[in-house]
Design a protein around this ligand. Structure first.
Ligand code: SF4
Length: 700
């Protein structure tokens, strides 16, 4: 067995440390890294099975142009020429990149720099748009910056944990393990789960609130009014460090005049709502953890702010054991946010203000920096379908399965003039539409950094040789950039080169003005980068030890440094149920699969947990629609249809149906749940509404 290599798990945003050791027979032993502060040695089923997913049978091993294997030079020339031609003939906004929270920060940085810094368009967006962009927008509205205030240790210090729209037990399992261990140690720790479904997470709940889908903002507006009326406001904090409380309170009182009104609007028992409000009132050490059930709705940003408002009113932020806490879905969703991988961010947590554009222009020494935001994911693929995007490069993601209204995405890709896909997998629903395929290195072969949900930057380290001719994504993008005439700006020789530049840009003319600052890491030697220990940003020059918690000093990143309450008027889903589509479809993950199965589908152990697509439906709805447990059903919406095995269960709230997102045409026919999802988006964040699409379910 070779010496174990210290790296991180490539699945969820918990960001667990992993020790990977390759045996003489080529198998890889995986263990949790007991020294990594995210997991202290724990792993979930997916992380523990990583060694079973490293085979080459499904890998893309060689570059291909129009279906024919070729050498790298031919493929890279084809990409550079295809993009250059579209830009020459139709302008920079006729091209786009669609990237992924699976990329390492260094990959992300060069892709963002090429598009926004040198091509001169901001048409680069990431699949992280689908998972946490409403949290980003909510943070920016409240704090003036996209900052997660606390860390995982706060979960162990809290006396109340509120889990909102999060099946933590399945989707962030090691966070769940830490919460469960904290509860075993301190039986007085209260746990409230707010979720329309009764999930594995509700098993440790002292109180489960099965809210009516979409009513979370009403519940938290009601909490804000309750806390204020009970005299729980932290008046010193509110007066000194916040603004806008009164309009937020007025909006809360207007929609939530009483606990009874909230209970009725949320479809809950009044005594349960009162119990939750009382627990929140008396437990100063409260952490509110929220995830996709909040983010993936057409009013996700407002819901995020409704939660943050309650923490601002009580001053419960920035101190141990308390705070609002967005947990991200992907391993490097945070890293993508940091480099500017969202179309509405420029770079290093800077937006498109003229001062930022000028700063980035000078740093990158480019006269062609994008001046305004680009297209967000759903709009980007709509523009592809309308023929406005002539050349599209998709990196490390499978939008033909994962985007809402996925059949329209397929149609868009089918008629796009030039589609490039870089991926480590040969046959996905998306690679089928590529004119050029570029083999990317996979987990275990790549070097770089990722950032987890608690702002902790960790290294991913290679322990395997690249499969076939696979190359790191940063190398592929840099080689295309050179061929497009930007050789000097993309003269990178290693991920360490890129990380140093990324850190330097974050600290450039910063002086504490921006939250994201890695200034102390801008001069890391190669050996220091190799030995890099996990650290929480910001890491400015005067704080090289990093920053476990933010806002302890009550100073925020708004112009006057005050946090902002946001007045929230609750809104229902964009598309309501009707006679034709009488149920609400909610999509999400299962415990042992990841995204579109390209990796976890290779592990028999993981695939054995749940073997086929299913649809959970309440017995009352099943009776009404003539559906029996275990039979095949057809799910149809205005956007698409799928087949699934019915699971009739009381864990599902009446009136709604749950279906997992993972299966696709590579594994099962007519099983793509996202083909059914409406393309409605949050007007602030652009995040799609995966949690509510009107659906009809019939026996097949
Ligand atoms: Fe990997 Fe997330 Fe499981 Fe940790 S919790 S082992 S990061 S999938």
């Amino acid at each position: 067995m070779n010496r174990p290599i210290r790296t991180t798990c490539p699945y969820c945003g918990v960001g667990c440390g992993v020790l990977a050791a390759v045996a003489a027979d080529g198998t890889t032993e995986i263990r949790g890294d007991s020294e990594h502060p995210a997991n202290f040695g724990r792993l979930c089923s997916k992380g523990a099975a990583l060694g079973e997913t490293l085979g080459h049978s499904e890998r893309l091993l060689h570059p291909e142009v129009r279906g024919k294997a070729c050498d790298w030079n031919t493929a890279l020339d084809a990409v550079a020429n295809g993009f250059a031609r579209a830009i020459r003939e139709h302008g920079p906004d006729s091209v786009a990149f669609y990237v992924s929270g699976q990329l390492l920060t260094e990959d992300y940085y060069v892709a963002n720099k090429l598009m926004k810094g040198f091509i001169g368009s901001a048409n680069i967006d990431t699949n992280s748009r689908l998972c946490m962009s409403s949290s980003v927008a909510g943070h920016q509205r409240a704090f003036g910056s996209d900052t997660v205030p606390g860390n995982y240790q706060d979960l162990e210090l809290a006396t109340l944990i509120v889990l909102i729209g999060s099946n933590t037990a399945w989707c962030h399992p090691v966070i769940y393990q830490r919460i469960r261990a904290a509860k075993e140690k301190n039986p007085d720790l209260k746990i409230v789960v707010i979720d329309p479904r009764q999930t594995a997470t509700s098993e440790i709940a002292d109180l489960h609130l099965p809210v009516k889908p979409g009513s979370d903002a009403l519940l938290f507006n009601g909490l804000l009014a309750y806390l204020h009326d009970r005299g729980d406001s932290n008046t010193h904090f509110v007066d000194a460090f916040t603004e806008g409380m009164q309009p937020a309170l007025d909006a809360a009182h207007a929609c939530a005049p009483s606990t009874a009104a909230v209970a009725s609007g949320c479809g809950l028992r009044e005594q349960d709502v009162t119990r939750f409000y009382l627990w929140f009132s008396v437990n100063e050490k409260t952490v509110s953890v929220y995830s996709q059930g909040i983010n993936q709705t057409s009013s996700g940003t407002d819901k995020v702010n409704a939660i943050i408002n309650c923490h601002l009113l009580t001053g419960r932020i920035g101190r141990p054991g308390m705070g609002p806490f967005s947990v991200t879905g992907q391993p490097n969703a945070m890293g993508g946010r940091e480099v500017g991988g969202l179309a509405n961010q420029l770079a290093a947590h800077m937006n498109f203000d003229a001062g930022n554009v000028d700063r980035v222009r000078r740093f990158w020494n480019s006269s062609n920096v994008a001046q305004r935001p680009g297209l967000k994911a759903v709009d980007l693929f709509r523009a592809v379908g309308e023929g406005k995007i002539k050349a599209l490069w998709i990196m490390a993601t499978n939008p033909a399965v994962s985007l809402p209204d996925a059949d329209r995405v397929r149609e868009a890709l089918a008629q796009c003039e030039f589609v490039v896909v870089s991926d480590c997998v040969r046959a996905t629903d998306t690679t089928a539409y590529a004119h050029v395929l570029l083999p990317a290195s996979a987990w275990g072969e790549k070097n770089g950094t990722v950032t987890n949900s608690e702002r902790r930057i960790s290294r991913q380290r290679a322990f395997l040789e690249p499969a076939g001719e696979a190359r790191p994504d940063w190398w592929i993008v840099s080689e295309v950039a050179r061929r497009m005439g930007y050789a000097q700006a993309f003269d990178y020789h290693s991920p360490a080169d890129i990380f140093r530049e990324h850190a330097a840009l974050s600290g450039f003319e910063n002086d504490g003005k921006r939250d994201f600052d890695l200034g102390a890491l801008a001069t890391l030697a190669d050996a220091e980068y190799e030995g890099f220990s996990p650290i929480q940003w910001p890491v400015p020059r005067d704080r090289p030890q990093g920053t476990p918690r933010m806002f302890a000093d009550g100073r925020f990143y708004t112009e006057n440094h005050k946090a902002r309450f946001v007045a929230v008027t609750p809104r229902g889903p964009f598309n309501e149920k009707d006679d034709e589509y009488p149920l609400a479809l909610n999509t999400g993950r299962v415990r042992d699969h990841w995204h579109t199965l390209t990796r976890t589908g290779l592990s028999p152990r993981l695939s054995g947990h749940i073997v086929e697509p299913f649809a959970e439906i309440h017995p009352q709805d099943a009776r009404q629609h003539g559906i029996k447990d275990g039979t095949l059903v057809s799910l149809a919406t205005r956007w698409g249809e799928m087949l699934a095995r019915a699971r009739v269960t009381e864990t599902q709230r009446p009136g709604s149906v749950f279906a997992p997102i993972h299966w696709n045409d590579q594994y099962a026919r007519r099983a793509r749940a996202d083909a059914l999802v409406n393309p409605a988006t949050d007007p602030v964040s652009g995040q799609p509404e995966f949690k509510h699409t009107p659906v009809n379910v019939t026996p097949y």
